[in-house]
Design a protein around this ligand. Sequence first.
Ligand code: NAD
Length: 479
Amino acid sequence: MDSFDHYIGGEWTAPAGGEYFPSVNPATAKPWYEAARGTRADVDRAVAAARAAFEAPSWRDLSQTARGRLLRRLADKIGEHAEELARTETLDNGKLLREMRSQLASIPEYFHYYAGYADKISGDVIPAASRDILNYTMREPVGVVGAITPWNSPLLLTAAKLAPALAAGNTVVVKPSEHTSASLLKLAPLFDAAGFPPGVVNVVTGFGAEAGAPLVEHPDVAKVTFTGSTATGARIAAACGSRFVPVTLELGGKSPNIVFADADLRAAAMGIIAGVFAAAGQTCIAGSRVFLQRAVYDEVLELVCERAGTIRIGDPLEPETELGPVAFAGQLDKIEEYVRIGVAEGGRLLAGGRRPETGRDGFFYSPTVFVDTDNAMRICQEEIFGPVVTVMPFDTEEEVVRLANATSYGLAAGVWTRDLARAHRMASALEAGTVWVNTYRAMAPMSPRSGFKASGLGVEHGTEVLREYTRVKSVWINT
Ligand code: NAD
């Protein structure tokens, strides 16, 4: 079994505590490598390396053009290692290899996109005072960024943090999820291979309380960016707030996917399926609350259940597999518990609700459809993060807007309609950082992503994120 150390200052570094922990392949339920169990001492070393790299002339004095060039070289290196990175993540979290290959095609785009901004980050001259005084602003990197990521899409979600953070001139310590350390450990050396000075990107593996919390609390970490659950996000926000450190939070969701009677119903049904069952439902943007207008309720529900029943479940490495396992045993237990709760609350199962017969030992769960649910039920309000969807009827636009917004989350929403005016009204009325009309799950590095309400704080992707990785200084000069 492979064993990985931390990646600190450009070197593989054994954990200070000498301990390692196993990571399990969810398709086989067997451990397939072990990673260093990080502690505060490891985080101290990684932050020191990132701080030293931030202050070293090789990074600090690098021209913005040269920084952009490094990011482009990194994008090429990722392209060269795409297949290995894709396979690693499939083995680690059970995502379909097919899907990972398409993610690996888009991950270099993040680095290309922000490489283009590396030499366009600048301040302004402000007409603030008399002609004897010059006032201008500088946009400076913040320093060492602490990045904490979840297990559902480690490479993609970390790329969305690293690319703008590095383009803005920061250095980074990443703490990946304890369930999926491998792909980031394979990515880290590519930064050095691309020519980044050692210490610009560091990876410390381990558990949240042991390695994540010390990173958030470290006095030399000037900015925290976190993607994960709302509960952990609240703890991290409090820790950052107490020491006035800016924080970006991309958190959970319970997104509505709404079908009006005038929609292309087959496309909508397929959008519902892809929206909630992709990655076995383990996406923050999962359209896990479906609302169908009453006139088409039966027809769309039938299409959804029919397709849910024929989804091919199995080995995520196989090209014909449509649904892989969930990422780890605890997640499977959590899904089963929610299905029990849903039944106890009065929900009726029309599909799934059980572990399928796959003949394999992995953590598989069947695509599950609940009806007779009420939006106030726990299964309609709490993030399950599995292949479970609740389907509810509605009559009017006003009613569905009220139901869709009646959640503490506000990450994403889908609307299916042929009525353009209604599409605009819905996009405006829905409380969500992303609204898709007649599509679901589309994303691109250049399009901002943010979570409203308990789904987050701040922005990722697009140009606005560059403000989150820089600080502004106003300079006044009496001429
Ligand atoms: P999680 O909150 O359990 O863990 C996320 C990361 O935080 C892990 O690396 C973990 O080790 C670390 N962590 C845990 N406790 C910590 C602490 N006290 N201090 C510092 N770090 C700590 O989340 P998860 O189960 O890994 O991921 C699933 C969640 O992520 C879901 O809620 C999902 O919706 C969310 N998510 C959101 C987005 C988005 O863009 N909004 C994208 C993907 C996933």
